[in-house]
Design a binder for this molecule. Structure first.
Ligand SMILES: CC(C)(COP(=O)(O)OP(=O)(O)OC[C@H]1O[C@@H](n2cnc3c(N)ncnc32)[C@H](O)[C@@H]1OP(=O)(O)O)[C@@H](O)C(=O)NCCC(=O)NCCS
Length: 220
């Protein structure tokens, strides 16, 4: 690894973590082409961790700046109020009618209904619960520190910690189309769990539908 240091999260890192989340929100690329609201996006994907389990966040620092993070959770059965967070932003900030977010929201409703009718599918289950894999993680690095070994250092540190606490397993969810991330997670010992599932609302920058993929690793 070059000059990247992995260290525990501190409250002063919060703004950097939220901004990196937005800058890397679609398979490592900026997400603003389909969701142009950083406040709600960062709340949806980081708030639970920074508010409820900050001790399970690791950051990757380079040149004195936070350039990547791993958001960890020991017990994924704890409630994660994704819908409530989304609805708070929809109600109080009018996201269902704002350019930059309205399209995604209404497309999500249409996709979920259409997918169920056409394929009988349920949306990807963001509340994946399997007692064999109680822990989970999210990881995102800015482009300038990718392929530096920082991802390996973050994930190894998190998995070593889970092993030392006798946690039986860890899962994560990524996009099936994010082939670089899937290769990385496989290199880190994760395996695919179940089939990729169509993600309602989400589109690639070229407009294609994308699929969620769950990956797991047994730790005992
Ligand atoms: C995915 C990510 C976390 C990997 O971290 P990283 O620091 O780039 O990866 P590392 O340098 O630690 O690589 C570790 C191993 O993973 C594999 N790997 C990493 N990136 C890879 C890629 N693009 N293609 C294929 N294999 C890859 C390799 O086996 C690598 O070992 P090697 O360097 O000895 O060949 C990082 O690139 C990233 O944040 N990407 C954008 C955001 C993202 O996709 N996040 C995951 C979505 S849930």
């Amino acid at each position: 690894m070059t000059d990247v240091v992995v260290r525990p999260y501190e409250p002063a890192d919060r703004a950097a973590v939220r901004h990196i989340c937005f800058l890397t929100g679609f398979a490592g690329d900026p997400v603003d082409y389909q969701w142009a609201d950083e406040e709600s996006f960062a709340d949806l994907f980081t708030l639970w961790y920074t508010e409820r389990e900050p001790g399970s966040i690791l950051v990757a620092e380079s040149e004195g700046l936070v350039k990547g993070y791993l958001l960890g959770c020991h017990d994924s059965s704890l409630p994660w109020p994704l819908e409530q967070i989304a609805m708070r932003h929809v109600r109080h900030r009018g996201l269902a009618f704002r350019p930059g977010t309205a399209g995604f929201l209404w497309r999500t409703v249409a996709d979920a209904a259409g997918d169920r009718i056409r394929h009988g599918t349920r949306p990807v289950d963001h509340e994946f619960h399997d007692p064999a894999f109680p822990a989970h993680l999210h990881i995102n690095l800015l482009p300038e520190i990718r392929r530096s070994g920082a991802g390996r250092a973050l994930v190894s540190t998190w998995l070593d910690r889970l092993r030392s606490e006798d946690v039986p397993g860890c899962f994560l969810q990524t996009l099936h189309e994010n082939t670089r991330a899937v290769a990385f997670f496989e290199a880190m010992g994760f395996r695919r769990h179940g089939d990729p599932i169509l993600m309602p609302g989400e589109r690639s920058p070229s407009g294609a539908r994308v699929h969620g993929l769950t990956m797991v690793q047994t730790l005992r």
